[in-house]
Design a protein around this ligand. Structure first.
Ligand code: HEM
Length: 515
């Protein structure tokens, strides 16, 4: 830092620091490299038509946006390394885990789901993402994680319904709690994930304390062709801490970007955040388990798996350019490496398409040739199309199966080829919520906080929707339903949420103060 003022953080010092590191400014040029004359930097009284600097500047400025990701648009990316600390070669032959001490470079992206750019980092009940792209010698390995260990649904069409119900209302253009509660109460399978999100587990005290759960059950195999089923996890090494909705509201009011600022500043100050990369491995083979191990709306029952530590992830560098390394980053669940097969569930299958289309749409057909997405090695037959083309695979033959030394596939004799049928059980959805309420939210304080968050979140919803939620909760647990009902009645009696700015009492900003 080039300042001793305690309020100037690395975020605000970025430009002065750049100046210190770069004593001589470069020569300004057009995009084609011609030096720009100082007379071209202002246009009044001069012809605009022949001023390439001005034309280019304006033309470019209005074309500087790519479409946002449909979800998780607001984010920060940071770079780092993964180091293997434990021998896991008995589970997978992936070279990334080949030996203790092996180091693989990576990029991570921390994101907030329903929140658009400019929104609040500490927004309540939204999912948060923690995803990693490992640049391995066998290609990029991408794991996209949630901050909670369960997902909304097993049926992939649920994505579309959720995207709209949790997104902006078509007329008001605002997030709409009526649609959210409607959707949630019509789909009991979603309740489990919502309880996690509304509890203290849903709102972490910043990204550095947040863990990432890629959720799906991956099929691992070793160099003897033996198969294991595993769920990966990025477990934050800082102990988990949460913030309340009231604290979040206060933090958001003075800095909507506090989580992003926190991560950036910590890395600049060399206070590098770390995560333990670990996995839960299923103890029995699939024909012996009595539950659906691929169901990503549930956590696996205790005693059915063994937690295996793999290594440590350290984030030690901020990106140099947010557009090139965060906006242009394409994390794709299908990017797996030999030794790790795709999960056998329908949501994963849908994701294979969805991300592909989204990234084609956002970044163009050659998005894997953009620097941040480029694997260490690639030989493909996918040529031409929108830039970046790089060398467009040069003069190499451009079709598979040629006689001219075109790139050839490998044969992996260890790779299993299993086919599955998975069952769906509805009562299991309530059982999962029951366990969450009684075992994860073990203390009275945790239960009360969860219920209070649910009440505050659903307070604006129509009474019929609140009743539907109540009915759903009563199928989970009578005590849970009772607490919700009592707290909701209390809130209705005591809380008046402002409908216009005129309703806000400047001396009493927190409408929940009496609850
Ligand atoms: C049918 C199910 C799903 C669909 C259709 C879907 C679709 C998408 C799409 C289109 C994107 C934007 C991709 C891009 O443009 O780069 C995205 C991002 C993301 N999704 Fe999903 N998704 C699904 C399920 C999941 C699940 C189960 C998880 C958690 C394990 C998840 C976690 C994420 C995360 C963390 C991101 C942000 C990635 C980033 O930082 O760039 N999604 N999803």
């Amino acid at each position: 830092l080039n300042t001793s003022d305690a309020n100037v953080d690395p975020v605000t010092a970025q430009l002065p620091d750049y100046k210190m590191r770069t004593p001589i400014p470069g020569v300004l040029t057009t995009s084609a490299g011609r030096p720009v004359d100082v007379s071209e930097t202002r246009t009044l009284g001069r012809s605009l038509a022949t001023n390439l600097f001005a034309l280019e500047a304006i033309k470019h400025a209005v074309s500087e946006r790519r479409p946002d990701r449909p979800v998780f648009a607001k984010a920060i990316a940071a770079k780092g390394v993964f180091e293997v600390k434990h021998d896991v070669t008995r589970y997978t032959k992936a070279k990334l885990f080949e030996h203790v001490g092996k180091v693989t470079p990576l990029i991570a992206r921390f994101s907030t789901s329903q929140i658009q750019k400019g929104g609040n980092d500490a927004a309540p009940y939204t999912a948060r993402g923690l995803s990693m792209k490992f640049y391995t010698e066998e290609g990029n390995f991408d794991l996209l994680g949630f901050n909670v260990p369960v997902y909304f649904y097993r049926e992939p069409i649920g994505f579309v319904e959720l995207l709209h119900a949790l997104g902006l209302n078509p007329q008001t253009n605002l997030l709409d709690i009526s649609a959210t509660v409607d959707m949630a109460t019509l789909s009991p399978v979603m309740l489990h994930m919502l309880l996690w999100s509304l509890s203290e587990r849903g709102l972490p005290r910043g990204f550095r304390r947040m863990s990432g759960h890629p959720l799906h059950t991956y099929e691992l195999y070793n160099d003897k062709g033996e198969v294991y089923y595993a769920r990966f996890r990025f477990q934050a090494d800082l102990p988990y801490e949460s913030i309340s909705l009231e604290q979040a509201a206060a933090l958001n009011a003075y800095d909507p970007d506090l989580f992003i600022r926190d991560l950036y500043n910590s890395i600049e100050r060399q206070n590098y955040p770390t995560w333990t990369f670990e996995m839960d491995v299923l103890n029995d083979d699939l024909d012996q388990v009595t539950f659906d191990p691929f169901d990503l709306t549930k956590i696996w029952p205790n005693g059915t798996f063994t937690t295996v530590q793999i290594g440590t992830i350290t984030l030690n560098r901020n990106v140099d350019n947010a557009f090139a390394e965060n906006e242009d980053l394409a994390l794709y669940p299908g990017n797996l490496v030999p030794g790790i097969n795709p999960p056998h569930d329908q949501v994963f299958a849908a994701r294979m398409y969805a991300y592909f289309d989204s990234q084609m749409n956002r970044l163009g057909s050659n998005y894997n040739k953009i620097e941040v997405n480029r694997p260490l090695y690639a030989r493909t037959f996918t040529r031409d199309g929108a830039p970046p083309l790089r060398d467009n695979e040069g003069d190499r033959v451009n079709y598979y199966g040629s006689s001219f030394h075109g790139a050839r596939p490998v044969h992996d004799p260890d790779k299993p080829d299993r086919v599955f049928k998975t069952n769906e059980v509805e009562e299991a959805d309530y059982e999962a919520c029951r366990r969450f309420y009684n075992e994860v939210m073990a203390t009275d304080a945790q239960k009360n906080r969860l219920v209070k968050n649910m009440v505050l979140t659903t307070l604006r919803a129509h009474h019929s929707l609140q009743l539907r939620l109540l009915e759903l909760l009563s199928k989970v647990d009578a005590d849970f339903a009772k607490r919700y009902e009592v707290t909701l009645d209390l809130a209705k009696a005591k809380v008046r949420l402002p409908q216009t700015v005129d309703d806000v009492d400047p001396n009493r900003l927190n409408p929940y103060a009496d609850l």
